[in-house]
Design a protein around this ligand. Structure first.
Ligand code: FMN
Length: 197
């Protein structure tokens, strides 16, 4: 094999290894990616496959005071919805966005298109989130993709200046991984795949 093709094979193997080894990391702390690293992560997100190049995404990168404000917003929205919150619930909602030093909110800005239904636009944004998770892992950062009922809450959408038709595809929690690494689980191919010929 030529040097050039050897290099290609090695690069592919490293990529595959990183995809297989990636794990969600629920415990995340400072430091978050710096500006240059974040730019690379976002560029990877924006390279996601995207039918008709609709660019159906909007990403909000929240850090510092924006995370505190988001917790206050979650708490206020839930208090309004449920009437009253226990002290434990208040703390839960306030602290939710403080589980990482950075959150990337991925929003599908759903457009009407004769050939690209909403599900394809949402999938494209999901691909962007996964591209970003993989980029972060390759840089040594940890990430965890979360949604939960707040991601589907109209008042939360409104807070992010999204429209009713739009979807919050995920809150990508980002930071330096802390805590133990869980055992990697890999589904058996035959459990999920059929081979037809
Ligand atoms: C769209 C989406 C939303 C998710 N929301 C949550 C969530 O709210 N809470 C959670 O614990 N895991 C959530 N997960 C799952 C984790 O991100 C993660 O994929 C799962 O725990 C498996 O771990 P692994 O990524 O290490 O294989 C979500 C995954 C996806 C794709």
């Amino acid at each position: 094999m030529s040097d050039a093709s050897n290099e290609k094979t090695n690069t592919m193997n490293q990529t595959i290894e990183q995809i297989i080894q990636r794990q969600s990391r629920p415990r995340l702390e400072l430091p978050a990616p710096n500006e240059a690293e974040l730019q690379l992560v976002l560029r990877c997100g924006l390279r996601a496959p995207d039918h008709f190049r609709l660019k159906p995404w909007r990403f909000l990168v929240l850090q510092g005071a924006a995370l505190i404000r988001l917790g206050e917003t979650f708490q206020a929205i839930k208090a309004k919805e449920l009437g009253e919150l226990s002290e434990a619930q208040v703390q839960k909602f306030l602290n939710m966005p403080l589980r990482a030093p950075m959150i990337i909110v991925a929003i599908a800005n759903i457009q009407e298109h004769p050939k690209v239904p909403p599900i394809e636009q949402a999938v494209a944004v999901g691909c962007a989130v996964q591209n970003m998770q993989l980029a972060l892992a390759s840089m040594g950062y940890g990430a965890m993709w979360r949604t939960g009922d707040l991601a589907f809450n109209p008042a939360v959408k409104e807070y992010f200046k999204a429209q009713e038709k739009d979807e919050i595809i995920g809150f990508l929690y980002v930071g330096t991984p802390a805590g133990p690494v869980k055992e990697l689980t890999e589904q058996a191919i035959e459990e999920a795949v059929e081979f037809w010929s």
